[in-house]
Structure formats: C-alpha cells, structure tokens
Design a protein around this ligand. Structure first.
Ligand code: SF4
Length: 237
C-alpha cells in the first residue's frame, strides 16, 4: 500500500465512524484550555481534569493568575507531573496574557510560543482546538501512531518532521480532527507497549501490521518467506 493510500484508509475510517472527535480535556474558554494543555504535558487528561476546577475557582482569569506566585499555584497542581515547573510557567503565563495580550489567548503560533510553558506542541493544540487552524500538534501518541500506520517515513525522527509529514497529506480542513483521531487511537487501541492489533479497525491499512503481524498470521508473505522463494529462471524464448 502506498503512503497516500494509507492516509486515505485512515481518514476514510475516522470520517465515517468518528466524524466529530473532541479533546478529552475539559475547558470552557481559551484561557482554561491553555492552562489545561500546559498542565497536561507528561500527565493524563484525567488527572488534569481533576485539578482544574479548584485551580480555576482560585484563578478564574489571566489577571488572577498573573498576580499569583508559583507558591500560590503549587498547592492546586501538586498532583500533576512536574508541579514546580508548571506552577512557575502558569504564573508567567497569566502575567504575560494579562500584560501583553489584554487577557486574551492569542491565535498566532509565534505569539503563543512566547508564552511561558508553551512550546510548539501546546501552541498547535490551542491553535487547532480553539481557532480551528490547520495545526498538527505531535505528542507521543501522534508520533507513535503515525509511524506504526506508515503515514510518515521511518526517517521522520523528530516531532517536527512528523508534523510536516502529516500536514503534507491531510486536507487542511481535516487536520484539527486528525490530531484528535491519532491521539485517541493511540490512547485506546494503538497503545505504546502492546498495540491491540487484533481488534484494530485500521489493521488493513497499517504498515506495522503488514510488516510485523500479518506475516506471523500467514495472511501475507513476510520478508522471510519472500527471501526463501526460489528465484525464477528467465523465460526462454
Ligand atoms: S494495526 Fe496495530 S500497530 Fe497498526 S494502528 Fe492498529 S493497533 Fe496500531
């Protein structure tokens, strides 16, 4: 199967069966989303959703967060990963949003990436989820699933290379959705240690399945079998 065919297979499946994917982070406005995304680095959405209500009750706007110190914020987020760093980032984030952006979350990637704690991945999530821009955030799930499916070449060894490989083949209007599709597939089916290939609806379009699973099942000929085949002698006239 060619790469464009793999993309078609992936997109057709999700367009048909899961046309309106959403982030699993709970939020009510752009400020709440960017805070949640900063907290979600190396942490589960479930945990972030647990800490957000009391955090937002204490710091309901960028202005409230902007006058807080990291020590003020830390008790509310102590159960997420890297709470010290994230408390510092949130204090700086609130301050910059309040002082430089009038309390609004900017929509441009370069402006978003100036905010403390906001790297390319977080900026892409905000641009995609809030502003529906064709931005592909590459987290660990997107990186892994894109490689397993064969949507990107094996030489795409960085998040940026994967991002570029994906946006090259996915229609712009579908990029925000494709981001969620890859994350959710990685979270629930194509999990890191033991992908659930036996129940995966994308198996027929997946490079990993084609190269690693199907040969074991005898569904298709694997490299070993091909190598063992006797060579044909050229046809005689
Ligand atoms: S077939 Fe297996 S490796 Fe391929 S996408 Fe599905 S779960 Fe992942």
């Amino acid at each position: 199967m060619t790469r464009p065919e793999r993309f078609r297979y992936f997109l057709d499946y999700f367009i048909t069966y899961f046309p309106e994917p959403k982030t699993e982070l709970l939020y009510g406005n752009p400020y709440e989303l960017i805070v949640a995304v900063v907290l979600s680095a190396q942490c589960t959405d479930k945990r972030v959703n647990q800490v957000m209500p009391p955090l937002l009750a204490a710091f309901p706007t960028p202005a409230h967060l902007g006058v807080a110190t990291a020590d003020d914020i830390f008790p509310f987020i102590r159960s997420v990963s890297y709470p010290n760093n994230k408390a510092k980032h949130l204090a700086g984030l609130g301050r910059m949003l309040a002082e430089e952006f009038g309390g609004e979350v900017p929509s441009q990637l370069d402006e978003l990436q100036r905010l403390p704690g906001v790297g390319r991945k977080t900026a892409n999530v905000v641009a995609s989820v809030i502003y529906n821009q064709p931005a592909m955030a590459v987290d660990t799930h997107v990186f892994r699933v894109s490689h397993r499916l064969g949507l990107v070449p094996k030489t795409a060894t960085t998040p940026l290379a994967v991002e570029k490989g994906l946006v090259r083949h996915i229609p712009e209007a579908l990029i925000p959705k494709a981001h969620h599709w890859l994350i959710l597939h990685g979270r629930y089916v194509c999990v890191a240690r033991s992908p659930k290939c036996g129940i995966c609806p994308l198996a027929a379009g997946c490079r990993y399945y084609e190269q690693n699973v199907a040969p074991l099942l005898g569904v298709i000929e694997g490299p070993a079998k091909v190598a063992a085949k006797p060579k044909r002698s050229p046809k005689q006239p």
